[in-house]
Design a protein around this ligand. Structure first.
Ligand SMILES: [Zn+2]
Ligand SMILES: [Zn+2]
Length: 154
């Protein structure tokens, strides 16, 4: 018998959208690209990568946000908080904006992307960093390393 997974709950700014993520993410990240800077209004976005089956929208409704609907960004239809992304071409995963979790402190970023666009006054925040996105061939290694890192932090 496997133990019941820990559930993490997230909500948008207005509370209309509520989301449940079961278990630990595959990995966590911070993206410093200019698009994320503009969509968050902050220095970078924070994300937790989950298998799609682990994440459910429990209440409220999301709709496409961002400049390109094909990018898979979904936001609260009332307050426009960026809630999650289903990035095309990366398989059956969903990237939850981990700032929205009630326990956001548990989602320290493990991988930073787009360091090439990082604002110069912003410090590095993760143990692994890439100029752009990591290549898909790096994912299995990063996911395994994240599991070890996440365990060690507890
Ligand atoms: Zn909202
Ligand atoms: Zn980005």
């Amino acid at each position: 018998m496997t133990a019941e997974p820990v559930h993490h709950f997230a909500a948008c700014r207005c509370g209309f959208v509520r989301l449940d993520a079961a278990g630990a993410p595959l990995a966590t990240g911070a993206c410093h690209c200019r698009g994320c800077q503009r969509m968050t209004g902050g220095p970078y976005s924070l994300g937790a990568i989950y298998p799609s089956a682990a994440v459910s929208v429990e209440a409220g409704e999301t709709g496409p946000i961002g400049a390109d609907p094909a990018a898979g960004h979904q936001g609260c239809i009332r307050c426009a908080s960026w809630v999650f992304t289903r990035p095309p071409g990366l398989g059956d995963i969903v990237v939850v904006r981990s700032s929205l979790f009630e326990d956001a402190a548990a989602f320290a970023p493990f991988v930073e992307s787009f360091l090439s666009e990082k604002l110069p006054f912003v410090a590095r925040v993760a143990p692994h960093g890439f100029d752009r996105f990591p290549e898909p061939k790096e994912f299995p290694h990063l996911i395994a390393a994240y599991a070890d890192w996440e365990h060690a932090a507890r």
